[in-house]
Structures are given as C-alpha cells and as structure tokens.
Design a protein around this ligand. Structure first.
Ligand code: SF4
Length: 494
C-alpha cells in the first residue's frame, strides 16, 4: 500500500498505526503528492492523510478510485492536544479496520510503557472498572492486554508508590561483550576488538562512581537499588570486576541497598571466581540470559557457547547462593518453531529461576539482523504469538506471574516483553525503569540518567557519551553534566 502523509507531529504515530494493519515491508511512504496521485490512478492501493490546523482528512484509494474517506474537525491551534491526537488515531484505526484486519491486540497504543497509563489513571482516582473501560473505549485495547496491564499495575504499585524522592537507583554500564548478538542494537563493544579499552574504562568508571557518591551524599539522598548491566558486566576479568565492585561498596552504604543486581548474561564470561567476588560485595540478584536453549540457534545468534553451558553456570550460581536469578528468553529467534520455544522454556524451568523475562524478537535498525534480513527466516507473527502464549502458560503453572512489561519498536507480531517473578522476587529496578516515577542515576558509556521531578510530573534525561573512546576522552564533560543534574536534585531536597 502507498501512503502519502505530510510530515507533521503525528507522523511517527500514524506510520506505526498503519503498520498494525499492513506489514511494513508492504508499505511505501511517499512524500511527493503528485507521484502518489499518479500511482493510485494507475490502480495502486493508497492512503492519503492530510492535516490542516482545522481538519484531518483520510482518503482510501483502490483500483483508481477514492473509495472511502473521513474528516475530523480540529481546533485551529498550531499544535494538537493529547486528546485530539488520540481522537485522530482512534478514528484512523477504526477506518483502517473496515478495510484490513489488525495484527495487534494493543489498539492504537504504540508507546513502549503501557502500564504507565494505568498508574496515571489510578493516581487520578479512577476505579479499576473505569480504567478498563477507558483503555477499551479510548485506546481500543483488547481485553486480554487490558487484564495484563491491570494485573501488572496492581503488582507494581506497592513497590512504586508512594514515590520516595529521597531514594535513588544506580545503573552502571559495562559496554563490552564477548561477541555481538545478531539482534543486538546496544552500543556494546566486542571484547575481541576493543578489549584493550577495558582497563582504562574501569579506571574512569571508578572515578565516576566516587564522584557520584559525593554528589549523592551532598544531595541528602540515599541509593537503595544498584543494577550493573551492559553489555555483559562479567566480560570484565576477575580483577577488573573486583575493583569495580569494591569501589561501589566503598562509595555507597550497602546496608541501605535493598536490591543489587549484576547481569552475568553469558556463561562464557562467568566462572566460580567471579561469582564469589559478586557475592563477597553484596550482589543478591544475578541475570543469566540464555535467550534460547537450542544449540543450533545459539550459533545463529552469534553465541560462543552451547546450551549445556547455561546448566553448568546455573549450578555454580546456585552453589554460591544468590537470592534471585533472572533468565532472559527471546521468542521468535531465526528458524525457531513453537516447539523449539516450548523446549527452551521447559529446559530453563528445570533450573527453577525466580524471574524470567520473555522477550519478543524485535528487528532493531542498528542490529546485524536488520542488515542481513534476506538471509534469515523470521518467524510468522502468529507463531510468535503462540510461543508467547504457551510460554506464559508454562511460567504461570510454575508459579511465575507477570510483574512488569514493556513494548519495543519493530517487535514481531506487535507483541510485548513481559517479566515474570515468583511472589516476593520482583526486580525493583525493572519496575522503576519502566514506570519512570523514580530517579535513576546512570554511570558509564551509553548510560542515561533519568532525573524525576515529581512535583512537576516530568523527568529529565542526562546522557553520557555512547562511545567508550568519547567516554574516556571527554570524561570532564560527563562529570560537569552530572554535577548540574545533582544540583537540581539537591534543590528538591531543600
Ligand atoms: S549480550 Fe546483550 S549487549 Fe551483549 S551483544 Fe548480546 S544482546 Fe548485545
């Protein structure tokens, strides 16, 4: 289908909304109105979207004719209110629904944090029933997804509210991995090429940790949650890991920290020595991320280990003894069928993780997968939906139920990522990062702090440089930005 849509403030939303009905590969967005008109006159199917300050118009063309259309009157103001944007999207959704079948159960919602809406409505005093009705009427979300959102919001609320502005989370990024996974879009560095930067990186990161600890102390706030991610933090050697964790434990009062996570994502980076170092410095939550337990797929996604290495690593993790283990899985990896996904879930459940995060494969722009799409057989939308449904059932039967979720751009089947946890084993950090009510101070290359201003109902992003080289060379600029962010946080306290 051809689409002519003038570039405006709704462009991105409209593009995503249309993709719910027609696969992106079969969509062409034209910016030349004349070329569009000539093509539809030749018989191509087309959708024309026009917007003036006073009116939004959609016209659908088929076999050379304009066969359907609608108009919505606008206020005449220069920019659209959120209500007006929603009205346009809803009307366009219903219009497209009369010509195509939607491939998503999320209605007009294309944002990545659906549960935030539920929290906002609960804050405004709406009853659960009124919220369900609003999600159905205003966003056209189907019941299955509404119930997922409601259940997650109910489970998150005691952990997130009332917001305690005196508490901060700390995120520390280690942007190195042993190889680059096929689907990865993070600015992570391959140890085989950039491993030489790890020692200077850890040294600078320790400087940032110590400086941040001083800012935290001056602000009068307390760090109560620490998450070391990446990348793969355990790509550091034992000495570097030990130096890093020692700096954290010397800089912050770990007796006030209620959750301390390290992503030990890949078994080829982990040994008993590193796990004992993590335990020694107070880490209580570890992420072991197989993504799949299928050896053939592990090769295809660029992993250097077999599935059996996950079992061996989990034996070590259990032997050392951490409170919670999370395992990440991806549904819809290349050439995997529903039976492969079921086998993977069965295999990880034998290791009894307290958390499992089920991801749907997303084809990210910056990934190798996106560059080599023609060489890969992606799973069909319906198969991935089946994988998610079967995995959901198996996890629930094992006592793991949804506690946080998010969506991403370009996910197969317009699905979602869902974190499951046994009762009492929810990750505070995961809930805080998703719902954006809490300040997270991020350290390291590519890390983005989120400074919340609860009185003004907004948060500010403060980004460090993405590249490790920039992080090392322009470190003073990073510290200056952090100092400024903390001066605002300190004002909140006073
Ligand atoms: S382990 Fe994670 S960060 Fe590292 S390459 Fe794979 S997806 Fe990217």
């Amino acid at each position: 289908m051809l689409v002519y849509v003038e570039r405006n403030e709704l462009y991105y939303d409209l593009e995503n909304l249309i993709a719910i009905f027609v696969q992106k590969s079969q969509l062409s967005f034209l910016t030349d109105e004349r070329a569009f008109e000539e093509a539809v006159l030749r018989g191509e199917e087309g959708l024309k979207l026009l917007q003036t300050p006073k009116q939004f118009t959609a016209i659908f063309f088929k076999e050379g004719d304009a066969v359907d259309n609608f108009q919505i009157a606008l206020s005449g103001e220069a920019s659209l209110t959120p209500e007006m944007k929603r009205a346009i999207k809803k009307r366009l959704y219903q219009f497209l629904e009369s010509h195509y079948t939607p491939k998503s159960k999320w209605g007009i919602l294309v944002g990545i944090r659906p549960v935030k809406i539920v929290h906002e409505l609960l804050d405004r005093g709406l009853t659960p029933e009124a919220i369900r009705k609003q999600l159905s009427d205003d966003y056209l979300i189907q019941n299955e997804k509404i119930e997922l959102m409601m259940a997650i919001a109910a489970r998150e609320r005691p952990h997130l509210f009332p917001v305690d502005s005196d508490k901060l989370s700390l995120y520390i990024c280690i942007p190195f991995c042993p190889t680059r996974c096929l689907y990865c879009s993070f600015p992570s560095n391959d140890v085989r090429k950039k491993g030489g930067l790890m020692t200077p990186y850890v040294a600078k990161l320790i400087e940032e940790i110590r400086a941040t600890a001083n800012y935290v102390a001056d602000s009068g706030k307390t760090v109560d949650c620490i998450y070391i991610g990446g990348g793969t933090p355990t790509a550091l050697n034992a000495m570097q890991l030990s130096q890093l964790l020692r700096a954290v434990s010397e800089s912050f009062d770990l007796t006030k920290v209620i959750e301390f996570t390290v992503e030990a994502g890949r078994p080829d980076t982990v040994d008993l020595e590193k796990l004992l170092i993590m335990k020694q410095f107070g880490v209580d939550r570890v992420c072991v991320n197989p993504q799949t337990m299928n050896d053939a797929t592990l090769v295809k996604i660029g992993r250097l280990h077999k599935a059996s290495a996950i079992n061996e690593m989990m034996e070590l993790v259990r032997q050392v003894g951490f409170k919670v283990v999370n395992m990440d899985l991806i549904m819809g990896l290349p050439d995997e069928a529903v039976t492969d996904a079921v086998r993977t879930v069965e295999a990880i459940l034998t290791m009894a993780p307290e958390n499992v995060t089920l991801h749907t494969l997303a084809v990210k722009r910056a990934s190798r997968l996106n560059e080599h799409l023609e060489a890969v057989e992606l799973a069909h939308d319906d198969d991935v939906a089946n994988m998610m449904a079967m995995a959901d059932q198996m996890l629930r039967t094992s006592g793991l139920t949804p506690y946080y979720m998010y969506r991403q751009k370009k996910m197969i089947g317009h699905l979602e990522n869902v974190g499951y946890a046994a009762a009492g084993c929810e990750s505070l950090y995961n809930m805080r990062i998703m719902e954006e009510r809490h300040t997270i101070i991020a350290l390291g290359a590519g890390a983005v702090s989120k400074i919340c201003h609860p009185d003004e109902n907004r948060f500010e992003r403060v980004a460090n440089f993405k590249g490790v080289e920039d992080y090392l060379n322009r470190f003073d600029e990073i510290l200056a930005k952090k100092a400024h962010a903390f001066s605002e946080l300190t004002m909140q306290t006073k």
